[in-house]
Design a protein around this ligand. Structure first.
Ligand SMILES: [Zn+2]
Length: 137
């Protein structure tokens, strides 16, 4: 049985973690974010608001900064874990062990020490080399 609780001030005070939108714009990249929608997504209130990619990113970053495991954030917001990791890399939240090792690429590591872009480039390169060697043989 579902108990419908009225939305009252008392109920609001029971929320464990107050969501405070960022005060300075330089912390975040865009002014087109509906922070109320982000807050609702973070709290998991139903019905869930439809979020823009920017709003999803802000919600994901906020939850990760507050210690929610990436897999849980992924399920909660319906965003791929890899995408969340990329957002974390952009926000400077990842250590060197989680970043691409190619040049000064600062993207999130996806496999073999490389980001998705460099990993794909590496695969194409290996395939091309294999073809050349096959012809030469
Ligand atoms: Zn890279």
């Amino acid at each position: 049985m579902i108990i419908h609780r009225p939305f009252t001030a008392t109920y609001c005070r029971e929320q464990r973690r107050p969501f405070i939108p960022p005060a300075t714009e330089d912390q975040f990249s865009t002014e087109t974010i509906d922070w109320y929608a982000v807050e609702r997504a973070i709290k998991g209130e139903d019905p869930r608001p439809e979020l823009t990619p920017d709003e999803l990113r802000e919600a994901a970053i906020w939850l990760r900064r507050h210690g929610m495991p990436r897999i849980v954030v992924s399920t909660h917001l319906c965003v791929y874990e890899r995408r969340i990791k990329e957002w974390e890399a952009d926000a400077g939240m990842l250590g060197p062990d989680d970043l691409c090792t190619r040049g000064d690429c600062k993207r999130a590591r996806a496999g073999r020490g490389l980001c998705t872009t460099h990993l794909e480039a590496d695969r194409k390169w290996r395939r091309a080399v294999a073809e050349v060697l096959a012809v030469a043989a």
